[in-house]
Design a protein around this ligand. Structure first.
Ligand SMILES: *[C@@H]1O[C@H](CO)[C@@H](O)[C@H](O)[C@H]1NC(C)=O
Ligand SMILES: *[C@@H]1O[C@H](CO)[C@@H](O)[C@H](O)[C@H]1NC(C)=O
Ligand SMILES: *[C@@H]1O[C@H](CO)[C@@H](O)[C@H](O)[C@H]1NC(C)=O
Ligand SMILES: *[C@@H]1O[C@H](CO)[C@@H](O)[C@H](O)[C@H]1NC(C)=O
Ligand SMILES: *[C@@H]1O[C@H](CO)[C@@H](O)[C@H](O)[C@H]1NC(C)=O
Ligand SMILES: *[C@@H]1O[C@H](CO)[C@@H](O)[C@H](O)[C@H]1NC(C)=O
Ligand SMILES: *[C@@H]1O[C@H](CO)[C@@H](O)[C@H](O)[C@H]1NC(C)=O
Ligand SMILES: *[C@@H]1O[C@H](CO)[C@@H](O)[C@H](O)[C@H]1NC(C)=O
Ligand SMILES: *[C@@H]1O[C@H](CO)[C@@H](O)[C@H](O)[C@H]1NC(C)=O
Ligand SMILES: *[C@@H]1O[C@H](CO)[C@@H](O)[C@H](O)[C@H]1NC(C)=O
Ligand SMILES: *[C@@H]1O[C@H](CO)[C@@H](O)[C@H](O)[C@H]1NC(C)=O
Ligand SMILES: *[C@@H]1O[C@H](CO)[C@@H](O)[C@H](O)[C@H]1NC(C)=O
Length: 413
């Protein structure tokens, strides 16, 4: 039965050279059988899992961590057995992709997710324990044999009620070589990204910083039509990429609010804001609410961008972030410039930011809680003012003392 199992070696990310090249937030998984590599995947993924506590139903977004390892049930298949990639993480959690190949194509036939409700660090207050398995046989991941399946865009797959988010994906099964094929099968979502005309920015992309970006208003509607996420912010992308001349170029690009559209979704504990610019740039924000503490934070950022001088679209994702934290019903505010680092190739600069992903009432921002940078910036004028006042006081006192002395001296004469 499992005759391939003994030869399937577990490849831990840290031990493979390829891992050094991968970016933060992304997981690299390699399935080998003896000296043959049959599946390689570089991807970011997260799982939006709904579960019950004693009082209510809640949901949690669980990222596929970089510590995920290739499980022993992975397989390079055989005459009748399919190829299989099992990524294990945490205590008893795993995602399992089953591939098949026919007519010059390979595809993901089946996705299984196992999650362990006994893990109270991930599922606090769950009203039951044990491993839950969900599965789908409906995926649209398909590619030509001897090409790499590439899907940088964010895509969602419903796996038995769990909403699985993939982004920044490069993956190949039924491999002929040891590494991903240079030829790619590009998913539909990325095709619309690349075939869209480049953004109609009037200025050619200059190496000089483009100045402060313009302020934009963005929002997400909930299913009943009320605004559930509000954002006002000026955004700047700081991207480091390899040009068509094979040079590493760092570019700073402003988003043009008048060329963007926003969309997304809200559920009680998770909210997504997607900002699209001219079909060539998609920036997604993932927020999560901890319903115990009633605090939210930005836990994921994902970017797909095609700039005019790019050889290939640029992508970056990180689903384990912790930025823009505040309480439900309040908005997070940061007038100062702040840098949200996603990985070594991408960071997002924000200016004049105010955002509220949860507890929006009547379409307006709740009480604003200022970021530390703003508080420090407010402190500087106060400190300078106090110092100046102190100085004036000292000069005044010195003058008065001096006057009194000379007066006294005059009197003694
Ligand atoms: C793997 O390759 C090494 C040398 O590169 C060779 O000695 C070994 O026999 C090979 N193992 C298998 C299972 O092919
Ligand atoms: C957990 O809660 C759900 C919804 O409240 C309920 O349907 C289910 O029976 C509960 N399960 C257990 C084991 O208590
Ligand atoms: C759940 O309900 C119990 C009793 O109904 C209450 O004491 C407890 O505070 C509730 N827990 C939460 C998190 O609301
Ligand atoms: C491997 O698969 C078998 C049956 O498909 C299952 O019983 C076993 O628990 C799995 N092992 C691991 C480590 O997941
Ligand atoms: C599920 O989590 C619990 C608590 O962390 C752990 O004891 C148990 O071994 C896990 N189950 C599996 C199948 O790993
Ligand atoms: C894939 O590449 C291998 C090795 O280069 C070749 O033997 C095989 O025929 C190719 N398969 C397809 C479907 O092109
Ligand atoms: C997929 O699963 C459904 C039920 O879960 C089943 O009816 C259907 O036949 C399956 N399709 C394939 C191609 O296996
Ligand atoms: C998954 O979640 C995203 C964003 O939260 C939403 O747009 C999408 O409709 C969901 N998909 C499914 C199948 O639930
Ligand atoms: C719309 O849904 C939100 C939660 O998504 C809820 O807070 C709000 O009260 C609803 N508004 C109406 C008019 O039903
Ligand atoms: C690009 O440059 C790197 C080193 O800077 C080199 O290893 C690589 O082969 C070059 N690629 C191409 C296509 O020229
Ligand atoms: C968008 O705004 C910029 C300045 O912020 C302006 O130069 C440009 O003309 C505007 N474009 C459109 C299409 O309105
Ligand atoms: C939610 O907040 C509580 C209280 O601060 C904390 O103990 C818990 O670990 C948090 N849960 C998650 C999933 O982060």
């Amino acid at each position: 039965m499992n005759r391939h199992l003994p030869w399937v070696s577990v490849v831990v990310c840290v031990l493979t050279l390829g891992c050094l090249a991968t970016t933060q937030g992304q997981v690299t998984l390699v399935v080998t059988d003896g000296n043959i590599t049959c599946i390689k995947a570089e991807l970011s993924a997260s799982f939006l899992i709904t579960y019950d506590t004693a009082n209510r139903t809640t949901s949690v977004r669980v990222p596929l961590p970089q510590t995920a390892t290739v499980g022993g049930n992975s397989s390079c298949g055989g005459a009748s057995a399919p190829q299989q990639l099992v990524a294990e993480f945490g205590v008893g959690h795993s995602i399992d992709l089953t591939f098949s190949s026919s007519k010059g194509q390979y595809r993901v036939d089946d996705i299984k997710l196992h999650y362990n409700l006994s893990d109270s660090s991930v599922f606090p207050g769950a009203n039951r324990t044990g491993v839950v398995t969900v599965e789908t046989n409906s995926t649209d991941i398909v590619a030509q044999v001897n090409t790499t399946y590439r899907c940088f865009s964010v895509s969602f797959v419903s796996v038995g009620g769990v909403n699985v988010t993939f982004s920044d994906v490069k993956m190949e099964a039924y491999m002929a070589g040891d590494d991903l094929s240079p030829k790619e099968t590009v998913c539909k979502a990325d095709q619309s990204t690349t075939t869209a005309p480049p953004p109609t920015t009037t200025t050619a992309p200059a190496p000089t910083p483009p100045g402060i970006p313009a302020l934009g208003d963005y929002f997400v509607n909930s299913s009943n039509g009320t605004k559930c996420l509000l954002a006002r912010m000026a955004l700047q992308l700081n991207i480091s990429h390899v040009s068509s001349l094979n040079q590493t170029i760092q570019e700073v690009v402003n988003l043009q609010p008048n060329q963007t559209t926003s969309s997304g979704s809200c559920d009680p504990n998770n909210a997504v804001l997607v900002i699209s610019q001219g079909g060539a740039t998609n920036l997604s924000f993932f927020f999560t609410l901890n319903s115990t503490s009633n605090r939210y934070h930005l836990n994921g950022l994902s970017l797909v961008a095609t700039l005019p001088d790019m050889a290939a679209p640029f992508s970056a994702s990180n689903m384990s972030l912790n930025y823009l934290s505040s309480s439900k019903g309040q908005s997070f505010m940061c007038s100062s410039e702040q840098t949200l680092t996603v990985n070594q190739n991408f960071s997002l600069n924000t200016f004049q930011l105010q955002i509220q992903p949860f507890g929006v009432t009547a379409g307006t921002f709740g009480q604003a809680v200022e970021c530390r940078l703003d508080q420090e910036n407010m402190l500087i004028p106060i400190v300078v003012g106090a110092a100046l006042a102190g100085l004036v006081l000292i000069v005044l006192v010195a003058y008065l003392i001096g006057r009194k002395r000379s007066h006294a001296g005059y009197q003694t004469i």
